[in-house]
Write a protein that binds this ligand. Structure first.
Ligand code: AHZ
Length: 311
């Protein structure tokens, strides 16, 4: 009778044997799996637990300190927010861009193509953006199909995170907006108020847990259509009587995608709005599971943000 550890050890040594065979047979694969370990003498380099803690916390708090004054804050790391970040951060490597995402993971509605399906549809001309990212797709004429939505969003996210002027603060919710009022009475969005999402979710049952703040010259809101967290910045301005809310219209793919991309703009001084959040102030139709408009609304938002970025 084999103990479970013997079974696992056997399975692992079979895998390492396969890796070793692959290493000998195929130089391309061997480059990808360059390390072939001797499992008998295998040992990690030593570490003290506090080194791990300090490696994480020192960097996190250095980033918080640095990005407390950001040039641009993008709220929401869904398909629109990350597409915007990809264009913006490369166009202006001199700008510090903070992305605030309330969820632990990025992607918003873009880890699946629609319902619980995997493939993701983008109507042309969004195919240009996908080619730039180097993601394979099937060309179906007027539209393209990527085999899994997660392939798109993880590729995009990894490219964005590799840029030196971008910091993603995930598991962090935007709870409010910072505004400034000029002597002439003009109100302008001047940053965001944040909290760790787990804290934001417990304001009802814990005593006051004050938030943190990030000042920014432009805020780009991409928080999706209405929902528990969605359409956040638009709804906040509406509750203050600063913006008129027009709820999202019913689904019409052809009308919806064009109107979201064309309507992408600074909806309020200092606040550019992109993706499905826009439908909550323009009453644009819902588009359902087709993502070309999210990508190109992100591209358009990057352009609009730079237009209104104070010199
Ligand atoms: O977690 C949210 C998601 O990742 C995040 N978010 C929302 N409120 C936030 C807040 N602070 C920080 N207060 C917040 N983050 O914003 C992200 C929004 O992503 P999304 O995928 O929901 O929106 P999108 O506009 O990028 O893409 C919409 C995708 C849809 S919905 C739809 C339909 O319902 O018909 N069709 C498409 C293509």
């Amino acid at each position: 009778c084999l103990s479970s550890s013997t079974v696992i050890t056997e399975q692992v040594s079979q895998i390492s044997l396969q890796t070793a065979n692959v290493h000998n047979e195929d130089s391309v694969v061997s480059n990808a799996t360059s390390a072939v370990f001797d499992w008998d003498t295998f040992k990690f380099a030593p570490i003290r637990e506090s080194q791990v803690s300090r490696a994480m916390t020192s960097r996190y708090f250095k980033d918080l300190n640095e990005y407390a004054e950001s040039d641009i804050v993008i709220v929401g790391a869904g398909s629109a927010g990350l597409s915007c970040a990809w264009i913006l951060a490369r166009a202006r490597p001199d700008l510090k861009i903070a992305i605030i995402e309330s969820n632990v993971s990025v992607g918003g509605g873009c880890f699946l193509g629609g319902q619980l399906f995997s493939a993701m549809v983008l109507r042309k001309p969004a195919d240009e953006f996908i080619r730039e990212l180097g993601i394979e797709y099937e060309d179906e004429g007027n539209y393209i199909v990527i085999k899994h939505a997660a392939l798109f969003i993880t590729t995009l996210c990894s490219k964005v995170l590799a840029l030196p002027n971008v910091k993603l603060f995930n598991a962090t919710a935007v709870e409010d907006l910072i505004t400034r009022t000029s002597p002439a009475g003009e109100v302008r969005v001047a940053g965001v108020v944040t909290n760790w999402t787990l804290v934001s979710m417990h304001h009802e049952d814990q005593s006051c847990m004050d938030p943190n703040t990030i000042n920014a010259k432009v805020v780009i809101s991409c928080t999706g259509h209405d929902g528990p967290f969605g359409a956040f910045c638009v709804k906040r301005l509406v509750t203050q009587g600063l913006l008129k809310r027009n709820r999202m219209g019913c689904l019409d793919m052809n009308r919806a995608e064009d109107s979201i991309v064309k309507g992408t703009r600074e909806v309020f001084p200092g606040l550019v709005c992109a993706g499905m959040e826009l439908s909550e102030c323009d009453s644009a139709n819902r588009m359902g599971p087709t993502f070309g408009a999210m990508v190109l609304s992100g591209v358009h938002a990057a352009e609009r943000a730079l237009e209104v970025y104070p010199l």
